[in-house]
Write a protein that binds this ligand. Structure first.
Ligand SMILES: CC(C)=CCC/C(C)=C/CC/C(C)=C/CC/C(C)=C/COP(=O)(O)OP(=O)(O)O
Length: 445
């Protein structure tokens, strides 16, 4: 489907695209902005099947003359084509599709075998050692992510051990740039960490935490790509302290948090009775990571500024009449409040997107995910309650609120997969853009 509209009527276009998408079982809906023109492009269940199911306007003569129509149709649907027109969301969506395809393939026949006898430090094939390694991962998870750890207790033993192993790897990766030795970390060290990751996936772990991960990736259809992308996020953090626009920030959020969602789904598992497409569940998991990271960024504006970092999109700040200086001075003004309202709204839209997928997970995995989602989402309420002072006041969710969320999470977890056979948004990638005239974020598709 190709819908061309002007930027001012994006909402109309979105509604039209959704309506058409639901009729034609469109699996993917992309937003492309080019030369000030907004185009809607969707493709059918087969990646290469592009069908015209609606038209929000006519392709302008200048676009046709430039041959842009052809370029768009071609470039957007061929991931192999490296094209600057592809937004971060489109590129990340390719990873989502790859992960989903891997699960489908590996559900059919899974042949990866663990070659632990090649392990680098001692004999990690020993069952007792492996079991001790998983226990250590559990202890680390319990120490740093208490609520989540509690939630994992509801999962089967196998699944919870695997989640712990993944969690510990993410934590260690994060510690490289955020931990006590962060000032010594170099891109070379990250390269070595990536090499070590390859070894883990090849069944050659260095230490006991690695051994637990090696075992996990041999048992579940976990792909190395999100792990590598997380390391890429750390590289980005080393060299970049400003983000020009939301597209750049989105990519960063994918690297450091969306990847966690993609790593977790194969282990958490999709409910056997789920009718949702695998892509849509991965998409929801990705959205949860993005939502969490955006929330983290909004909560930590002051703290990050004191480290010389501004993660907020520079173009959106400028549009709101704000600059880095305003952030460094940390004064809550009406301009700041309005700006923050838009940012919070956008983060909430990613949470909304994530919520659609939680009920599609295996029953035992739903509760911890709901619990962490509800808790993290409430940080946004806390920022509002602090009158948007995220410079000197840390937004946090109090113990009572936290406790009250647990039964809510449990109640929601009891609800299984969506009964609706055709969710309008099923499989449709979510994206958010900021309407330049109002600075309010709109979900575009
Ligand atoms: C929704 C579906 C279908 C599946 C769920 C898939 C999962 C588990 C997604 C979760 C992704 C996740 C937990 C990303 C990490 C995001 C994040 C910003 C973590 C913050 O970590 P810390 O920096 O330790 O946070 P605090 O500073 O708040 O302690």
């Amino acid at each position: 489907m190709i819908l061309k509209v002007s930027t001012t009527s994006s909402i109309v276009a979105f509604e039209a695209a959704q309506k058409e998408a639901s009729k034609h079982q469109i699996v993917k809906c992309l937003r492309i902005e080019m030369s000030g023109v907004l185009l809607w492009v969707s493709c059918g269940p087969k990646e290469n099947a592009i069908s015209l199911v609606g038209l929000g306007g006519k392709i302008g003569r200048s676009q046709r003359r430039l041959g842009l129509w052809n370029r768009i149709s071609f470039a957007s649907f061929s991931p192999a084509v490296a094209d600057p027109l592809r937004s971060s969301e489109e590129r990340v969506y390719d990873v989502v599709l790859k992960q989903a395809a891997l699960v489908k393939r590996q559900n059919k026949d899974r042949k990866r075998t663990l070659n632990l006898d090649k392990s680098i430090e001692g004999d990690l094939t020993n069952g007792d050692l492996l079991s001790a390694a998983y226990d250590r991962c559990g202890e680390v998870c319990a120490e740093y992510a208490k609520t989540f750890y509690l939630g994992t207790q509801l999962m089967t033993q196998e699944r919870r051990k695997a989640i712990w192993a993944i969690y510990v790897w993410c934590r260690r990766t994060d510690e490289l740039v955020d931990g006590p030795n962060a000032s010594h970390i170099t891109p070379k060290a990250l390269d070595r960490w990536e090499q070590r990751l390859n070894d883990v996936f090849d069944g050659r772990p260095y230490d006991m935490y690695d051994a637990a991960l090696s075992d996990t990736v041999s048992k579940y259809p976990v792909d190395v790509q999100p792990f590598k992308d997380m390391i890429e996020g750390m590289r980005l953090d080393l060299r970049k302290s400003r983000y020009n626009n939301f597209d750049e920030l989105y990519l960063y959020c994918y690297y450091v948090a969306g990847t966690v969602g993609l790593m977790s789904v194969p282990v958490m598992g999709i409910a056997p009775e789920s009718k949702a497409s695998t892509e849509s569940v991965y998409n929801a998991a990705l959205a949860l990571g993005i939502a969490n990271q955006l929330t983290n960024i909004l909560r930590d504006v002051g703290e990050d500024a004191r480290r010389g970092r501004v993660y907020l999109p520079q173009d959106e700040l400028a549009l709101a009449g704000l600059s880095d200086d305003d952030i460094f001075h940390g004064k809550v003004t009406d301009k700041w409040r309005n700006f923050m309202k838009g940012q919070i709204q956008r983060a909430r839209m990613f949470f909304d997107e994530a919520e659609k997928g939680v009920s599609e997970l295996n029953s035992a995995s739903r509760w911890p995910v709901w619990a962490s989602l509800l808790l993290y989402r409430q940080i946004l309420d806390a920022i509002e309650a602090n009158d948007y002072n995220n410079f000197t006041k840390r937004a946090y969710v109090g113990k009572v609120k936290k406790l009250l969320s647990l039964p809510t999470a449990y109640g929601r977890a009891l609800l299984g997969p969506q009964k609706l056979t055709k969710m309008v948004t099923r499989g449709i990638r979510s994206g958010v853009t900021v309407n330049l005239s109002t600075n309010l974020p709109f979900r575009l598709c």
